[in-house]
Ligand binder design. Structure first.
Ligand code: ZN
Length: 321
């Protein structure tokens, strides 16, 4: 009989769904499952359900050797193993999740926010394997960022470092979910581009198929398709978004001099229509000493398992390397 395959569990906790899978040191995902986060308003019940489901996965077939668990979750605080004051999760206050799950499963548990997990995923399994300095930007409902400098993820004094989405790019600008105004993510994210379209529809007279849609039905994907078809409102929204994102990237580059910036998530699916003008914008507007030093690239990890792989990569990185 051969030895059991050694795996880490990668867990991605979102407001609606918690997805998890077993991942080996090469980044192969063997088993996966999910539970509904919102069904567990009591965190103790959530911990019991998740721990039970992970143990069940590890017992599939002839079984796996579960060596640890990595978790990506909003408002996760790496140093303390906690989730703190997460607005989109059902549990209030400070939740010592790593310790709670460790007690139930008997294996070490590490936790960080989803964008940091994506950066570790890129470093361990993705396109940044040979890189020492890079940044991952996740362009979803918000703009998350994971920053790697000299091979290490930047956590900072509080473990909340790398909130590029909440750097100010417009003084007194759009209201942000964080309570501030003019944050990068209110312009350069999947929801930011929708806000830009709604604004432009009120400013422009041009015919646009977006005009006949309910505001809540407009998505970044629909906008990207409309822009590809030449719709003037969508084209302009795309160019405003490119400028905002480009400005955010330039600020990040002059701060940490990465070799690459990876764009990931809903808005990044616009592909060349986003990447090419962002590259041009950065090249034209950045301080000359940095010109031509940074590649702006799509993620090397496929979207399907990205969050699970990122979280598992965190565990491999913390417990085995
Ligand atoms: Zn903000």
């Amino acid at each position: 009989m051969s030895a059991m395959k050694k795996v880490m569990a990668g867990v991605d906790i979102g407001g609606t769904n918690t997805a998890f899978g077993l991942v080996d040191s090469e980044g192969n995902v063997y088993e996966k499952n999910s539970i509904l986060t919102k069904n567990y308003p009591d965190v103790n019940e959530f911990v019991a359900a998740l721990s039970g489901a992970i143990k069940e996965l590890a017992g599939t077939g002839t079984g796996y050797e579960l060596a640890g668990i990595g978790i990506g979750a909003p408002n996760a605080r790496y140093y303390r193993g906690t989730i703190e004051l997460a607005p989109n999760l059902p549990w209030k206050g400070v939740v010592p999740l790593a310790e709670m799950i460790g007690r139930q499963t008997g294996v070490p548990v590490t936790i960080t926010n989803d964008a940091n997990a994506a950066a570790v995923g890129e470093m361990v399994f993705g396109a940044a394997r040979e890189m020492k300095n890079f940044i991952v930007l996740t362009l979803g409902t918000g703009l998350g960022s994971g920053i790697v400098i000299d091979c290490g993820l930047v956590y900072g004094h509080t473990a909340f470092a790398g909130e590029l989405g909440h750097t100010t790019i417009v003084h007194g600008g759009r209201e942000c979910g964080c309570g501030k105004k003019g944050c990068l993510e209110t312009y350069a994210s999947a929801s930011g581009i929708v806000r830009t379209v709604l604004y432009l529809l009120s400013e422009m007279n041009a015919d646009s198929p977006l005009r006949n849609m309910a505001p809540s039905a407009i998505t970044s994907k629909i906008i990207a398709e409309a822009a590809a078809g030449g719709d003037p409102v969508a084209v302009k929204a795309m160019s405003h978004t490119v400028e905002a994102l480009g400005m955010g990237i330039i600020n990040a580059i002059v701060f940490s001099s990465p070799e690459a910036v990876f764009l990931f998530g809903g808005l990044a699916k616009a592909g060349d229509m986003l990447f090419n003008p962002v590259r041009e914008y950065v090249d034209e507007n950045i301080m000359p000493v940095f010109r031509g030093t940074v590649s702006i690239l799509p993620s090397g990890i496929s979207e399907d398992n990205a969050a699970t792989l990122g979280a598992a990569a965190l565990a491999w990185n913390d417990f085995e390397r």
